[in-house]
Design a protein around this ligand. Structure first.
Ligand SMILES: [Zn+2]
Length: 137
């Protein structure tokens, strides 16, 4: 398959609104240790607006031969959400999967391309794993 026409992330995107609407501040939420916990929850609970923002972000990306969806030319793209700046890939991964990161949770790029926001290239890691990723390159 030609990676440039690879749309395998489309079902993920189609499911965003539903995932966000199903989010509840459950027991796991209560155990989450991060100063931004309530901010993330607010972003997820603003389901329609956040789903739309993610849809627009992904729609503006440039696909690469490797199947990456690059959101910017040089550095990781930042976006403003409810008065806070986050990386676009953080919004796509955490909010898009209705997850709230703990203080030491990071988004890993399986493709090692930090400009990429393809939801299928992002995964959940810790700070230590991220340092090892960089070292292994
Ligand atoms: Zn990628």
């Amino acid at each position: 398959m030609n990676p440039l026409s690879d749309q395998s992330w489309q079902p993920w995107l189609d499911g965003v609104s539903q995932r966000l609407r199903q989010f509840t501040r459950d027991d796991l939420f209560a155990l989450t240790v991060t100063p931004d916990r309530d901010w993330w929850a607010g972003v997820i609970e603003d389901a329609d607006r956040t789903a739309e923002q993610i849809k627009v972000l992904l729609g503006e990306t440039k696909p690469t031969d490797e199947g990456c969806l690059e959101a910017s030319d040089v550095r990781s793209k930042r976006v403003s959400v409810n008065g806070q700046q986050v990386y676009a890939y953080q919004l796509v991964y955490w909010a898009g999967n209705a997850l709230i990161p703990n203080a030491d949770d990071v988004v890993r790029h399986k493709c090692h391309n930090r400009r990429c926001i393809n939801p299928l290239h992002l995964s959940h890691g810790t700070q230590l794993e991220n340092i090892n990723d960089t070292r292994d390159r």
